[in-house]
Design a protein around this ligand. Structure first.
Ligand SMILES: [Zn+2]
Length: 284
């Protein structure tokens, strides 16, 4: 099944068996969990990327494990061992999928956001996921809503900073848990997102900007908190106010304007690769 942002034939990563772009070569047109079957085998010594939109994850172990390097843009790497590592055993040019387990908590008659009912809520959540994907596809990740439930909880959903935990029955192993609540803490309807409370669950409240409930803030909230969930801290706002991980309100709500640094992308994939076998969150 094709995924937006995946290799579409314009990808132009080429692997060479010798340094300085010599010896046998292999133009990469699909992801390879095991490079052994290709003409370069495990002996890639140099590589080129020839389009500004090219991006690839390089792995030291088969099945996308071990050490991870992220290469992007038009560039030539004459000596892989010096620039990244050797041997290279797997290459990924398609985003990995992350499965989301979505829980919507109604409080009284109120749905989170300005949502009027279940159908409205799911449409807004899918729009938020689309929004997040426009940023995270550049980081080789693709979010999918895999399971969903709407719960009614007559109590106001209070989260006690910093150690609140969502009920365990709302979480699923092998998935990223995202909970939408009407409000968070004592901020009433002005509640907004909090960082993942136990570093494993993303909780998003009704999000308001200048008195107006804005669904696209949910998209930014989801994308930003996913970054925390996958181990990223805040980017320095002085360095890059358009970074997805800049703290505070987003400077732009157009996902095309927001970005991730290559080292942030590398860090996220390193932690997902290390997760392999323990808790599978990353899917092909
Ligand atoms: Zn944050």
């Amino acid at each position: 099944m094709p995924v937006e942002g995946s290799g579409d034939g314009r990808m132009s990563l080429t692997l060479f068996k010798k340094t300085n772009f010599s010896g046998r070569s292999h133009p990469v047109t699909s992801s390879h969990p095991n490079l052994r079957a290709t003409p370069v085998g495990y002996r890639t010594r140099s590589l080129t990327l020839s389009s500004e939109t090219d991006r690839a994850l390089l792995f030291s172990r088969r099945q996308y494990g071990g050490r991870v390097a992220f290469a992007c843009g038009s560039r030539e790497v004459p000596h892989c061992g010096r620039e990244f590592f050797r041997p290279l055993r797997a290459v990924r040019i398609d985003p990995f999928r992350l499965h989301l387990n979505v829980t919507v908590v109604r409080s009284g008659r109120d749905f989170p956001g300005s949502w009027t009912g279940e159908r409205d809520a799911l449409a807004a959540i899918d729009a938020a996921i689309d929004w997040a994907n426009r940023v995270w596809a550049t980081g080789m990740l693709w979010l999918e809503r895999k399971s969903t439930r709407v719960l009614h909880d007559p109590r106001t959903f209070e989260l006690r900073w910093p150690w609140s935990r969502v009920p365990s029955e709302w979480t699923r192993s092998g998935m990223i848990d995202v909970v939408f609540v009407h409000r968070i803490g004592r901020r009433g309807s002005f509640a907004r997102r909090t960082p993942p409370l136990d570093r494993s669950t993303i909780v998003l409240g009704r999000m308001v900007k200048r008195g107006e409930i804005r669904n696209e803030l949910m998209g930014h909230g989801l994308a930003h908190e996913l970054g925390h969930r996958l181990g990223l801290g805040h980017a320095s706002p002085r360095d890059d106010r358009l970074n997805l991980m800049a703290p505070g309100s987003p400077i732009s709500l157009d996902p095309a304007n927001l970005r991730l640094h290559p080292d942030q992308i590398e860090r996220v994939h390193r932690s997902l690769a290390a997760n392999r076998g323990r808790q599978v969150e990353r899917h092909n």
